[in-house]
Write a protein that binds this ligand. Structure first.
Ligand code: NAD
Length: 357
């Protein structure tokens, strides 16, 4: 289990350190875990004038899985676009051919009050959004600016999906549903877009291979509405890059704090890059105030998806659940009047829970 660790910037090193301590516990129990760290993002720029230094990319390519903290910071905003931290992120996703982005939105009952939605709507929420990451209107050609026939300036992009691209992501959807509640909802805009008609036909054609999974289809505008009306109706949602970008951000708000949500980006062989969905939080960096749980839960996803060790994933998730049940809260989770603990103390609590269970 070779894991490349890329702490990144801002709170990245602090939160990744707590995940590293979880790995230490597991290694101590005999799991064959090897880790190596490298700079990326602003730290990559500082070290090698490159947000994804060649040595970092090599390490990521040679590893079985990558754990990333977060990248970015105001001091790098003045750099030319190709040197900005976020470019490192886009480049590593492309270099590793990570086409499937998995984002669970899970609300622990203990945190239901932290959501902006009513407790009964979100308590116990557990859904997974699978977003295609390398196609669609974000990459379709042609795109650009031109003069219209009337002499007006106009911008244009091309929405595009091939059958093979849809099949590849749809299979991730079916397989994931199979490991969860066996319900897959494919989201598109097939009432308007040709790309979506092809998407829907292609997903439907695969359904016969997964008779144990109940497939449904939903238009994206309705899906956006249903996510806030009754999000617990969903098990797994699979959708394209553009719709997934928007719906996954919407779903993340259902779960209360951004500090709780992990993500995985996978290639065709289940190699993955695992990271919390939040950014580098420069406003609280270096103050021992960041919530490390999204990063620790990203590690759980790594064991589930790349290493095929659902038992280890369950244990890590169980440890997180226990520390929340015990009442431990970082500042982002604490309700008025509740005592908040720091990043390291939260790491201590998870390590203790893991050792105890
Ligand atoms: P952000 O997610 O970093 O922060 C938004 C708010 O949430 C802040 O108030 C922050 O303090 C809080 N927050 C975030 N993570 C937290 C945690 N673990 N615990 C407690 N509070 C947390 O988003 P932003 O402020 O828009 O962006 C800051 C920087 O991060 C920018 O440079 C941006 O480009 C970058 N960014 C990186 C990624 C990534 O690495 N994947 C994603 C988003 C933003």
């Amino acid at each position: 289990m070779k894991i490349a660790i890329l702490p990144g910037d801002g709170i990245g090193p602090e939160i990744v350190e707590q995940a590293r301590r979880v790995l230490e516990v597991l290694r101590g129990e005999g799991l064959p875990i090897e880790t190596e760290s490298a700079p990326m993002g602003g730290a990559g720029y500082d070290a090698a004038r490159d947000p994804l230094p060649p040595a970092t990319l090599r390490l990521a390519e040679q590893a079985d899985a990558v754990l990333l903290g977060a990248v970015g910071g105001p001091q790098y905003d003045v750099l030319p676009r190709e040197l900005r931290p976020e470019q490192g992120l886009l480049r590593i996703r492309r270099a590793l051919s990570l086409f499937a982005n998995l984002r669970p939105a899970l609300l622990y009952p203990e945190l239901a009050a932290a959501s902006t939605l009513k407790t009964e709507v979100v308590s116990g929420l557990d859904l997974m959004i699978i977003r295609e990451l390398t196609g669609d209107i974000y990459f379709g050609q042609p795109r650009g600016r031109r003069k219209s026939a009337a002499g007006d300036d106009e911008g244009f992009d091309t929405m595009h999906y091939s059958v093979a691209e849809v099949q590849r992501i749809a299979r991730v959807g079916f397989e994931t549903a199979r490991r969860r509640g066996r319900r897959l909802c494919s989201v598109d805009k097939a009432n308007v877009l040709d790309t979506s008609i092809l998407w829907r036909e292609t997903v439907s054609a695969l359904a016969g291979e997964y008779p144990d999974v109940a497939l449904s289809h939903m238009y994206v505008d309705n899906a956006a509405m249903q996510l806030v009306r009754n999000p617990k109706q969903f098990d797994v949602i699979v959708t394209g890059n553009l719709f997934g970008d928007i719906l996954s951000d919407e779903a993340s708000m259902l779960a209360g704090s951004i500090g709780m949500l992990p993500s995985a980006s996978l290639d065709a062989r289940q190699k993955g890059l695992y990271e919390p969905i939040h950014g580098s939080a420069p406003d609280i960096a270096g103050q021992d105030r960041a919530n490390p749980l999204a990063t620790i839960l990203s590690l759980a996803m790594m064991f589930r998806y790349t290493f095929g060790r659902a038992d280890v994933a369950d244990r890590i998730e169980g440890a997180v659940r226990r520390v929340l049940a015990q009442g431990h809260r970082t500042g982002d989770l604490a309700m008025p009047g509740e005592r908040a603990i720091g990043t390291r103390a939260m790491g201590d609590a998870v390590v203790a829970a893991l050792r105890g269970g």
